[in-house]
Ligand binder design. Structure first.
Ligand code: ZN
Ligand code: ZN
Length: 133
């Protein structure tokens, strides 16, 4: 089975996910932006049971009532996003993978939260909120 590995910038926290991601997208929402201090954050979704941390222990915090995010307590890299309403899925920050280029996104979400100067020209489907809303 295909597996992908990744981790934080300093290397203390590492993870592995198996199988094919069920979703790959770029999020423009305000929470992702502020947590990562970046205009957008790209995410891959895996079944929770296919994902595990293999080295170190990430720190965890709630970015909103139903959402728990993990990050490296030493270097600050954002690693995962888990929503209480979807306990069987975990989002992994695409650019924390060893090979982020292997998983191009299929769409953009939450363009309604964009900073004014942000422009993407990739032609992918874009949604003002979540694709599923
Ligand atoms: Zn780190
Ligand atoms: Zn987001």
């Amino acid at each position: 089975m295909q597996s992908v590995e990744g981790g934080c910038f300093c290397g203390k926290v590492r993870y592995r996910a198996e199988g094919t991601p069920t979703n790959t997208m770029v999020c423009h929402c305000q929470s992702c932006r502020r947590v990562a201090a970046s205009p957008v954050v790209a995410w891959l979704t895996f079944p929770t049971e296919k994902f595990q941390f293999t080295a170190g222990s990430p720190r965890e915090f709630q970015s909103s009532e139903p959402v728990r995010r993990t990050f490296c307590g030493a270097c600050g890299t954002q690693l995962t996003y888990a929503h209480r309403r979807h306990p069987d899925a975990i989002d992994v920050a695409t650019c924390s993978l060893d090979d982020p280029g292997a998983f191009p996104p299929t769409h953009h979400s939450w363009l309604s939260h964009d900073v004014a100067w942000l422009r993407f020209g990739d032609g992918l489907p874009s949604f003002q909120q979540s694709r599923t809303k």
